[in-house]
Structures are given as structure tokens and as C-alpha cells.
Write a protein that binds this ligand. Structure first.
Ligand SMILES: O=C(O)CCC(=O)C(=O)O
Ligand SMILES: [Fe+2]
Length: 220
């Protein structure tokens, strides 16, 4: 949605940078098309089963490595994981470089140097999907995570690295937004409290719902 109040890029916490609208309409459409392809089986999009017996409300497909709670593996149901495309790594690298220009903590983060992502988690949220507060900590690398959002707005809850409790802040992630988290907040708890149906722009090729891609370095 076009913002009535412009959202300038902001460092939300040391090492956490939001760059609103960084992905232009053409790139967003390309991502939607690519996600549609990746979603197809084998090794396609699915709801992740949790060890406690529950299933996540988000649907996920992984590139490069498959994430299952709480580790990365190379195959899903005996099928090799889809490759991580070079163009996506390149796009992420440019986003990270721009984010580092906006954050002294990220600029100074040695783990961001030579950033070379080898896994992407592609999450699809329908209107009812959410993601509870968690840390992205199954990577063996302290390299920043680069996140792309397309489609309906998601309310992203950015917590702190100490625990699930406050302080946190809720930040809308709109279509085209880039969020980078690294530096001292690489392990900050975060989640998505809700998706705002009908807020996605037209022209991305997305029907209803929200896509989020997180590009990561596994260090494996
Ligand atoms: O959907 C988002 O914005 C966050 C996704 C996330 O935290 C994850 O995939 O680990
Ligand atoms: Fe996460």
C-alpha cells in the first residue's frame, strides 16, 4: 500500500535495519513468480511439523538447505532440497550493503563481511498464519539475516536477544520491505503476530497472503 506517511529507512535496534520499499515492483513480481515455482513439489511448500506434535500455520519451502526443527538437512522426504539461486544471493547482498550503510552496528559487524548466503526459507502466510516469537539460531554463523516481504502487510514483532519478554516493538512489514538483522541483535527474538488481509499492492502477481523470504548463512 502507498503510505500516507512516508516510512524512512530506520535502524530499529543496533544491527536491525528496515528499508521500506527496497524491492521495486518488478523484483517483487519476479519473487512471487519464483516462489510459485519453488512451492511446487517435490520438496515443495509444506507446513512444518513441530516436535511437540503441532504444525506451523505458515507454509514453508526451503532453498539450499531444508530447515526442520531445529536443524538444517540436505533432503526433505528423501528428495534433495532445491538449489539456492545465485540471483537471489546477489539481490540479498545488495540489500545488505545498503542496510550496512544505514547502521553503524551492521557496518562494523565482521560477520557481515563477504556475506554468502546458502539457505533461504520461503514462508507463505495466509490471513490466519502467524509465527511465534523465536530466535533464528540453527545457523552456525553469526552472519546477518536478510528478509524480503511481498504481498499483504505482516506485523513483525521485534523483541530482544535476552528472552521472549518485553521490550519488543511491532513493526509493519509491507510489500517490498527489506529487514536485516545482525550485529548485537542477530539473535533477537522475533515473530509475526498477524497478517493484514487485503493490504498487498496489485501488480505483484500475488493473490491473497504474504510471502517472506529470509536469506541466511548456515555456516555448515
Ligand atoms: O515472516 C517474517 O517476517 C519472519 C520470518 C521468520 O522469522 C523466519 O522465517 O524465521
Ligand atoms: Fe525467524
Amino acid at each position: 500500500m502507498d503510505a500516507l506517511i512516508p516510512r524512512p529507512p530506520a535502524e530499529l535496534a543496533p544491527g536491525v535495519v528496515l528499508v521500506p520499499g527496497w524491492l521495486g515492483p518488478g523484483v517483487q513480481a519476479r519473487l512471487v513468480e519464483a516462489c510459485r515455482e519453488w512451492a511446487r513439489g517435490p520438496a515443495g511448500m509444506r507446513r512444518v511439523r513441530l516436535p511437540g506434535g503441532g504444525v506451523m500455520s505458515v507454509r514453508t519451502v526451503c532453498l539450499g538447505w531444508h530447515w526442520e526443527p531445529y536443524r538444517y538437512v540436505r533432503a526433505v522426504d528423501g528428495v534433495p532440497v532445491k538449489p539456492f539461486p545465485e540471483w537471489l544471493a546477489e539481490l540479498g547482498g545488495r540489500a545488505l550493503a545498503d542496510a550496512r550503510g544505514l547502521s553503524p552496528a551492521l557496518a562494523a559487524d565482521p560477520a557481515a563481511d563477504g556475506w554468502d548466503p546458502d539457505v533461504a526459507l520461503v514462508n507463505f502466510y495466509d490471513a490466519d498464519a502467524r509465527m511465534g516469537l523465536h530466535q533464528d539460531r540453527d545457523e552456525r554463523s553469526a552472519a546477518p539475516v536478510v528478509s524480503f516481504s511481498v504481498g499483504d502487510t505482516g506485523v513483525f514483532r521485534l523483541g530482544n536477544p535476552e528472552g521472549r519478554g518485553r521490550p519488543w516493538r511491532d513493526v509493519p512489514l509491507e510489500s517490498g520491505d527489506v529487514l536485516v538483522f545482525g550485529g548485537p541483535n542477530r539473535l533477537a527474538f522475533h515473530g509475526v503476530t498477524r497478517v493484514l488481509p487485503g493490504t498487498g499492492p496489485s501488480g505483484t502477481g500475488m493473490g491473497a497472503g504474504r510471502l517472506n523470504l529470509t536469506l541466511r548463512v548456515t555456516g555448515l
